[in-house]
Design a protein around this ligand. Structure first.
Ligand SMILES: [Fe+2]
Length: 507
């Protein structure tokens, strides 16, 4: 296992300034001439406002990054997203909007009565778009997991406008991981507040080129798979009390110790939920790898974290910025990562109670019909390493999203510290790894060659920081997707903090 005693990963969580115009990157190796377009990525870039710190990984103010590739040259640009949360923090020089793990104190200038009445105006939900950027038709939006998304200009990185999804569909939050089909249709899942504060999920379908629009879900040509994990927002706490007792989103989560995980399947065209209940033991889930149909089965590949305790409890900035020995000690206590394949039979015969219903020859995953008419799933493990996660999975999405596939690319987390890039063959479990000392990469984005014949004909793009390497502490890394060998890198003279998700926009 690679160790990080110098603690260079702490630089992932340091405030940086935006750029007034793009800077030229210094290229070593040769940028493929067919690689033309922009890598757009989101993450936090401002980790405190004046003397007030943000506390959680998902609290820092959204910074939008872009690497442009044109005729072998690379430039880098970044701008803060002008969300309400950011603009008001800049204007008032304090944290105004409560973030995921940071409570915004009421304005001390207001007296007690005006503060009291302001509670009745309801909770001000953050629009801090630090998680992802995705296209809707011709437009690009930055987002977090609330009802607010922010339209941005993908060329200049300027903020265009805030969009409230609640005005278009009945949701109070949507995932930061929508699916975009090849015709441009966007699918997403949102929470809505049902009767008696029960939580229901709505499927949002946005037809291509139409205005307007808890983690990921699975989408195949005919089905939508939603994984219900034990971690939930307690809506009573969320709606009624949080601003009164100074809570934030993290305080409103609850984890059910006994329910395990339930998987729900809906037919895509009818939007109807299948009457089959799939269950398995508890895990946290943030990212689906891929989902596909095969002969009456749904194959669902997931990056899981075993156990019911909320993994986000370990993602406070104080934990992530600790010295290496302390980082390791904390991560030992956390749920452990495992990439898994679950197989869900779509046709059920009661006569088969007690038997394994999975008849596919290539998997050891099982599905057993129980006498209570639920189906108990046991997974096939596709990647497992002690305290080593295969996370932020990417695939050749355009050609293989929702279809049988072979390869996935992931970010390797070593006790939550991202320190390698990994390609995984989900059939043979063979892996290819890129890793260098004191280097901290981001989610690897696969870009296929324009004339690709094979699934992995193309490159993988990742932003890497290597704080110990002198005047150029960060670079854009280009790997050959076949074997994860380096093709080129484009170095910049500024630090680049952690980014979560993004996309490659072809020119
Ligand atoms: Fe995510």
């Amino acid at each position: 296992m690679v160790e990080h005693p110098a603690g260079g990963y702490k630089k992932l969580f340091e405030t940086v300034e935006e750029l007034s115009s793009p800077v030229t990157a210094h290229v070593t190796g040769r940028i493929p001439t067919w690689l033309r377009g922009s890598l757009l990525r989101c993450g936090p870039g401002l980790f405190e406002v004046g003397a007030e710190p943000f506390y959680h990984l998902f609290d820092g103010q959204a910074l939008l990054h872009k690497f442009d590739f044109k005729e072998g040259h690379v430039t880098y640009h970044r701008r803060f997203v002008r969300t309400d949360a950011y603009v008001r923090a800049m204007t008032e020089k304090r944290i105004v909007i409560t973030e995921f793990g940071t409570y915004a104190y009421p304005d001390p200038c207001k007296n007690i009565f005006s503060r009291f009445f302001s509670y009745f105006k309801g909770v001000e939900v953050t629009d801090n778009a630090l998680v992802n950027v995705y296209p809707v038709g011709e437009d690009y939006y930055a987002c977090t997991e609330t009802n607010f998304i922010t339209k941005i200009n993908p060329d200049t990185l300027e903020t265009i406008k805030q969009v409230d999804l609640c005005k278009y569909v009945s949701v109070n939050g949507a995932t930061a991981h929508p699916h975009v089909e090849n015709d441009g249709t966007v699918y997403n899942i949102g929470n809505c507040f049902g009767k008696n504060f029960s939580l229901a999920y709505n499927i949002i379908r946005i037809p291509p080129l139409q205005a307007g629009q808890f983690n990921t879900f699975g989408l195949t040509p005919n089905y939508i798979v939603f994984v219900e994990t034990p971690v939930k927002i307690n809506l009573l706490k969320f709606l009624s009390s949080w601003s009164l007792w100074g809570a934030n989103y993290m305080d409103c989560f609850e984890s059910n110790e006994t329910m395990g995980v339930w998987l729900h399947v809906a037919e895509k065209k009818k939007g109807r939920l299948l009457n089959i209940k799939y269950r398995t033991s508890a895990f946290n889930l943030f990212h689906h790898i891929n989902t596909f149909e095969d002969n009456g089965f749904l194959i669902v590949d997931l990056c899981t974290w075993k156990g019911f305790e909320f993994v986000y409890n370990y993602l406070y900035l104080a934990n992530l910025r600790a010295n290496w020995d302390e980082v390791k000690k904390q991560a030992e206590k956390a749920p452990q990562p495992e990439a898994r394949r679950y197989v869900l039979p779509l046709r059920i015969d009661k006569a088969d109670t007690g038997k394994n219903l999975v008849t596919l020859p290539y998997t050891t995953a099982t599905a057993t019909l129980r006498s209570d008419e639920t189906i108990w799933l046991e997974p096939e493990v596709i990647f497992s390493g002690p305290r080593h996660a295969f996370e932020f999975p990417q695939i050749n999405y355009k050609k293989y999203g929702g279809k049988p596939y072979t390869y996935t690319y992931g970010l390797g987390l070593n006790h939550f510290v991202p320190d390698r890039l990994c390609k995984l063959n989900v059939k043979t479990k063979e892996t290819w790894v890129w890793q260098e000392p004191d280097s901290y990469p981001s989610e690897p984005i696969f870009v296929s060659h324009p004339d690709a014949l094979e699934e992995d004909d193309g490159v993988v793009l990742s932003i890497v920081i290597s704080p110990g390497s002198g005047p150029k502490p960060a670079y854009l890394l280009i790997l050959n997707a076949k074997d994860m060998s380096e093709v080129a890198r484009a170095e910049v003279e500024v630090n680049i903090p952690v980014t979560f998700h993004g996309l490659f926009k072809r020119a």
